[in-house]
Design a protein around this ligand. Structure first.
Ligand SMILES: NC(=O)c1ccc[n+]([C@@H]2O[C@H](COP(=O)([O-])OP(=O)(O)OC[C@H]3O[C@@H](n4cnc5c(N)ncnc54)[C@H](O)[C@@H]3O)[C@@H](O)[C@H]2O)c1
Length: 372
């Protein structure tokens, strides 16, 4: 199969769909890999790295889209890229179609076979191609929170780890899933006094069993949340109710009860945010002040560490990319229903139920679509 990887063109996106290692694996499996020139630069990979891996370099995205059997990317195709997709071509990338009717209709019109990273599942009921980015965002959250807490950035001027004779800063993590657990691990590693809140008792049991010695956990009732928030220097929002907007767990009125200069890092901002006063920000202008409380609400946190994020995403996507290339998408999806769960569009049909429900578009069963 001919696998093509164009340079990402969404603003502030520095990741790349294929690492040199992933390209090399595809090449040793007998495939031809073409990378757009400078596609990997934002993540620290040169054209020569890809050439050394056995790939070839193409000058333009249009050459890649015109010739490749499968396009591997990171972000959803932008309008100009969607125009280049072809009937029968496989697209393997993040799509997030539910809030994006224009993209959904363009993908259907193209006749391509679009497999979305975010809906591929695993045997534990998890989302294996979303998890690496949650791990990155979670581990980044205490780092950006610590920076936000610095006096020059408007914060309280508290060092999370404290120093001998001065106690550590207090970190409250709301939501103990993938983001929350990784955030708590790093905050505890920085020496902070960390508490994680969750509403799932099985999750709290897990956190207690595995991390009981390094951070505390507590049930996320409204009363508990505000009580612990009053004491916190840094609050990290990491909740998720799948398919729903994030619940608002700290209201604007409650900001007055927090410590002046406390920092809120709302990782759940991509689902609308879990603090009433959260609004999405960018890496160029990441923080703002509401009533003396500093907010960090960057919606694409993994972009800040594009190299780590690219490597982590590549590790997760590689087995699926190789299965698609080695077997063809039909056989690969027939052999692995978790990969079939990633099928969102095929031959003009929408094949993912939740997207159809969100956009009011008729859905064809994914298994039936494989016969077309
Ligand atoms: N900003 C970014 O760059 C970025 C990157 C990755 C993930 N995210 C977002 O981070 C959020 C968390 O993702 P995740 O992968 O950790 O999800 P997850 O499903 O692994 O964990 C979410 C946790 O929230 C808990 N929860 C739900 N409602 C709660 C409530 N009211 N109070 C306390 N806990 C509650 C759940 O029980 C679960 O344990 C999601 O919104 C995700 O989209 C953002």
């Amino acid at each position: 199969m001919h696998i093509g990887c164009p340079k990402e063109i969404k603003p502030q996106e520095f990741r790349v769909g294929l690492t040199p290692n992933a390209a090399h694996e595809a090449v040793v499996n007998g495939h031809k890999v073409s990378i757009e020139t400078n596609a990997g630069l934002g993540a620290g990979f040169t054209d020569q790295d890809y050439i050394n891996a056995g790939a070839d370099i193409m000058g333009t995205a249009s050459e890649i889209f015109a010739t490749a059997d499968m396009i591997v990317k990171v972000k959803e195709p932008q309008a100009v890229e969607r125009k280049m997709l072809r009937e029968g071509q496989i697209l393997f990338t993040y799509l997030h179609l539910a809030p994006d009717e224009a993209q959904t209709r363009d993908l259907m019109a193209s006749g391509c076979t679009a497999i979305a990273y975010e809906t591929v599942t695993d045997r534990n009921g998890g989302l294996p191609l979303l998890a690496p980015m949650s791990e990155v965002a979670g581990r980044l959250a205490p780092q950006v929170g610590a920076w936000t807490l610095q006096k020059a950035n408007g914060g309280r001027g508290v060092l999370l780890g404290g120093v001998p004779g001065v106690g550590p800063g207090k970190v409250l993590v709301i939501g103990g899933g993938v983001v929350g657990t990784h955030a708590a691990k790093i905050a505890a590693g920085m020496g902070a006094d960390v508490t994680v809140l969750d509403r799932s008792l099985p999750r709290l049991r897990y956190l207690d069993d595995v991390f009981g010695g390094s951070f505390k956990n507590s049930y996320a009732s409204a009363g508990n949340t505000i009580e612990l928030a009053r004491e916190a220097d840094l609050i990290i929002g990491a909740v998720l109710i799948p398919g729903a907007a994030a619940p608002k767990l700290i209201s604007r009125a409650q900001l007055a009860e927090l410590k002046p200069g406390a920092a809120l890092v709302d990782v759940a901002i991509d689902q609308g945010g879990c603090f009433e006063t959260s609004k999405a920000t960018t890496h160029h202008d990441p923080i703002y002040d509401v009533d003396g409380i500093m907010h960090y609400c960057v919606a694409n946190m993994p972009g800040a560490v594009a190299r780590t994020s690219t490597l982590a995403l590549g590790n997760a996507t590689m087995p699926f990319m190789l299965a698609l290339a080695n077997k063809g998408w039909r056989q690969a999806c027939a052999d692995d229903h978790h990969l079939l769960n990633g099928l969102n569009v095929h031959a003009g049909h929408l094949t993912y139920e939740a997207v159809g429900a969100a956009l009011g578009i008729d859905v064809m069963d994914a298994t039936a679509a494989m016969e077309i």
